[in-house]
Design a protein around this ligand. Structure first.
Ligand code: PLP
Length: 418
């Protein structure tokens, strides 16, 4: 695709966009003059689908009408409510329906799944992560290592980019695994690094890990709803994600989890239990003999927050209708267009640290601005370009295919030049 720098080109792309009507399904914050902001922070908190309010009101009104009977009598009965999201979630991450569940939140799910999948032994106890991983993952992993009685400095391997580079090369990851794999118990990578925007090569990393009998998991916080995922076919052992970023599930939205089919009936896996993981038929017999649901639902502990599921359902329905393949096609084009305009038109010193290859990134571009970066970020916000700042020197922008336009991108680059 050949881009050009005229506004008319952006408008032409928007007119030809088969997904353009999806923007109308979202509530877009306004500037003081009533115009829409340019919202490039969908990687941090996605916008509100315009059906969220109705979905939640349905549950409020059923609670009013039925109270406790709503578990069975509500229009969408609360007992099986989470199941209404299963198929959409499975499609989104490329999984079988038994392999996915929405529950808790990301870091909580990380810990719950580490209970099952981080099982260090005397000779194999290390965890391999990417350097500059998200702080919550870092804290969680440090605490897991200590919990098992190991020292963080012995047990944590942080994979860094080569000197002078920002992305971590897959061949370097593969080499490290083949050299040190015998001491590694678990590989834990982000799907997309929150800082650099690098998308990792799931399949190759998983295969390299499995060759050495290492369990491989992914944090999909920045990947779900952003990339086309095929967790089942890639053989990924387990994954977790949050649903408030690209998934538009609202602030603090309920999280998601995936466990590969091959582990679902492995009763030797240690697991923390609660009543919502118990067999549905006999759950209310209230005896003390635990029978696990034969799906990833057996990792559930508590009965889930219905209002959060209702909000997330609104967004999943939109994803289901648009389809991840079409979204990704538009997203690749948008991000490449933004990269092009930044290179062609911006006079400031801005370095794009996100990889240029489309299979190595999602929507997001990370712009390193060494001089007065924070001031530039604040200027952008005050001029209605909503992006975010990550210390020490990066502005993150994420044109999201569900609700951003090519014109948003064109205008944001004009504003960047002011
Ligand atoms: C956003 C994000 C989180 C957030 O964790 P919560 O438990 O949802 O607060 C964790 N890890 C990564 C990689 C993230 O991008």
């Amino acid at each position: 695709m050949k881009f050009n720098t005229d506004l008319s080109f952006a408008k032409k792309c928007d007119n030809a966009d088969p997904l353009k009507s999806y923007r109308d399904r979202f509530l877009i914050p306004k500037n003081k003059d009533g115009s829409d902001v340019i919202y490039f922070a969908g990687n941090s908190l996605g916008l509100q689908p315009n059906t969220v309010r109705d979905n939640i009101e349905q549950e409020l009104s059923d609670w009013e009408k039925f109270a406790v009977e709503g578990h069975r009598l509500a229009k969408n009965p609360w007992l099986p409510y989470h199941e209404f999201l299963t198929e959409g979630t499975a499609k989104l991450v490329g999984a079988k329906s038994e392999e996915v569940v929405n529950m808790n939140s990301l870091t909580t799910n990380l810990h719950l799944l580490f209970v099952s999948f981080y099982r260090p032994t005397k000779t194999r106890y290390k965890i391999l992560i990417e350097s500059n991983s998200f702080p919550s993952d870092h804290y969680a992993i440090q605490s897991q290592i200590k919990f098992h009685g190991y020292k963080v400095q012995d047990a944590l391997i942080e994979m860094k980019p080569r000197a002078g580079e920002d992305k971590i090369r897959t061949e370097d990851i593969e080499e490290l695994i083949s050299l040190q794999g015998d001491s590694i118990a678990l590989i834990w990578f982000a799907g997309v690094n929150y800082y650099s925007g690098q998308a990792f090569e799931f399949k190759k990393i998983t295969e390299a890990g499995h060759k050495k009998n290492i369990c491989v998991g992914f944090d999909l916080a920045h990947a779900t709803g952003n990339l086309e995922l095929n967790l089942h076919d890639w053989g990924v052992d387990f994954a977790v994600w949050c649903n408030y970023k690209y998934m538009n599930g609202g602030p603090g939205a309920i999280g998601g989890a995936f466990v590969h089919e091959k582990h679902l009936n492995d009763n030797s896996l240690p697991k923390f239990l609660g009543w919502w993981g118990h067999d549905k038929e006999t759950r209310f017999l209230m005896d003390h003999k635990y029978i696990p649901i034969p799906t990833v639902e057996s990792w559930q502990l508590s009965n889930p927050p219905i209002f959060q599921l209702a909000a997330l359902k609104a967004s999943l329905d939109i994803f289901d209708s648009a389809g991840m393949k079409a979204l990704r096609e538009k997203s690749e084009k948008m991000t490449a267009y933004m990269e092009f305009l930044l290179q062609e038109k911006v006079q400031r010193e801005i370095e794009i640290i996100t990889p240029t290859e489309k299979n190595e990134r999602g929507c997001q571009l990370s712009l390193r601005v060494r001089k007065d970066g924070k001031k530039l970020y604040k200027d952008l916000i005050s001029k209605g370009v909503i992006c975010d700042w990550r210390e020490p020197d990066v502005i993150r922008v994420a044109p999201v295919p569900l609700y951003n336009t090519f014109e948003d991108i064109w205008r944001s680059v004009e504003i960047l030049n002011l």
